[in-house]
Design a protein around this ligand. Structure first.
Ligand code: SIN
Length: 177
């Protein structure tokens, strides 16, 4: 690995919206975290007065969160810091790669202490919230459906994401009929 490069682990939109150059990409996982739609989004999938809901990581002993790791040059971090500016902070963590090797990497996590944090709610409420939200990066529904699709492509089962997808699609079906 080049001295000026870093591994960045993506578990949300960084899996499917790769709007940055990278030297290498590989499925990877991190231990002790679960993916949850508990973070508010005022700048991508919602608006300042009507935030959407996007994923962050929540600590859970024994859990494993699967996603994608990208090896990026230093210069890319400024772009990612800007993209993830609504409450996310860089955290250094060990990454386990699908090919078996390990390395330290950066992950963007929005903790409960940031102003945009929304926290837990019943899944049916989160699904309706996602259904009615949209922002400059597109609809919140698109964020959820693309994340679910990209996890399927990685052969990752995430109960939280797939239950929300099912609830949302059920609601879309009801509204269409
Ligand atoms: C990530 O994808 O790793 C961070 C959360 C997001 O931007 O959706």
């Amino acid at each position: 690995m080049k001295d000026t490069s870093h591994w960045v682990f993506g578990y949300g939109s960084l899996i499917y919206k790769v709007d940055f150059p990278y030297l290498e990409g590989q499925p990877a996982s991190i231990c002790g975290w679960v993916r949850r739609f508990w973070q508010g989004s005022h700048d991508h999938r919602g608006l300042p007065d009507a935030p959407g809901r996007v994923v962050t990581l929540v600590p859970e002993a024994g859990a494993v969160c699967h996603g994608m790791a990208y090896q990026v040059e230093d210069s890319v971090l400024a772009h990612l810091d800007f993209r993830e500016k609504d409450g996310y902070q860089r955290v250094l963590t060990p990454l386990q790669f699908i090919d078996g090797h390990q390395s330290e990497g950066i992950v963007y996590i929005a903790t409960e202490h940031n102003e945009a944090y929304l926290g837990d709610a019943p899944l049916s409420e989160i699904a309706l919230h996602i259904l009615r939200s949209a922002g400059p990066s597109g609809t919140n529904q698109d964020y959820l459906l693309r994340l679910a699709e990209s996890l399927r492509k990685l052969a990752v089962y995430d109960e939280h994401v797939f239950e929300l997808e099912a609830l949302l699609l059920n609601e879309v079906g009801k509204q269409a009929s």
